[in-house]
Design a protein around this ligand. Structure first.
Ligand SMILES: *[C@@H]1O[C@H](CO)[C@@H](O)[C@H](O)[C@H]1NC(C)=O
Ligand SMILES: *[C@@H]1O[C@H](CO)[C@@H](O)[C@H](O)[C@H]1NC(C)=O
Length: 153
């Protein structure tokens, strides 16, 4: 893979500052997703990540102003959240101080996209009747400043 295509792939994996809450409805409401993401918390999410990313995810979840386990908030709050995780996870060649390889970053991209697409589209639905501590006020404040972009109707 040429370096330019790697950078393009990474830019897509970790989209830059955006002003829109983006989601694909068809993908979000795919069978099984509600079960898959039900009551999702940081502890369970980091188990899906390569070890180079685990602590970075924890740092971002602690540092973006959302409740730690509130993925509806983290995903809507991507502008605050992504610089924290990128700086932590990206290798020096990509301007970070982390140790993730391009393969690891590329491999995690579809996981993050699917998870955040789900929460962007469904909000707090998957947290109904969960004991998770949530920060809906923060989420709604973040979303209020954005336009909503639905990719697939
Ligand atoms: C939305 O998701 C569906 C199902 O995963 C996919 O087939 C479609 O291409 C997506 N649309 C866009 C615009 O990304
Ligand atoms: C979720 O919405 C945020 C903006 O609130 C956006 O930056 C992010 O790319 C969206 N995630 C997905 C997977 O569409």
């Amino acid at each position: 893979m040429k370096f330019t295509s790697i950078v393009v792939a990474l830019a897509a994996a970790f989209p830059a500052i955006s002003e829109a809450l983006i989601f694909n409805k068809t993908q979000a409401y795919a069978d099984g997703n509600l079960q898959k993401y039900r009551c999702l918390d940081t502890l369970h999410w980091v188990q899906k990540l390569p070890s180079c990313l685990k602590q970075c995810q924890i740092n971002a979840n602690l540092g973006d102003g959302c409740a730690y386990d509130d993925f509806a908030c983290h995903c809507a709050n991507y502008d605050a959240y992504s610089p924290i995780i990128e700086k932590c996870a990206f290798p020096p060649a990509l301007g970070g101080s982390g140790s993730c390889s391009l393969q690891e970053l590329g491999g995690v991209r579809p996981l993050v996209n699917d998870m955040c697409n789900f929460f962007n589209a469904t909000g707090y639905t998957a947290y109904t009747d969960c004991y998770t501590r949530l920060s809906p006020k923060k989420t709604f404040a973040v979303i209020q400043k954005q336009t909503i972009t639905i990719l697939d109707e």
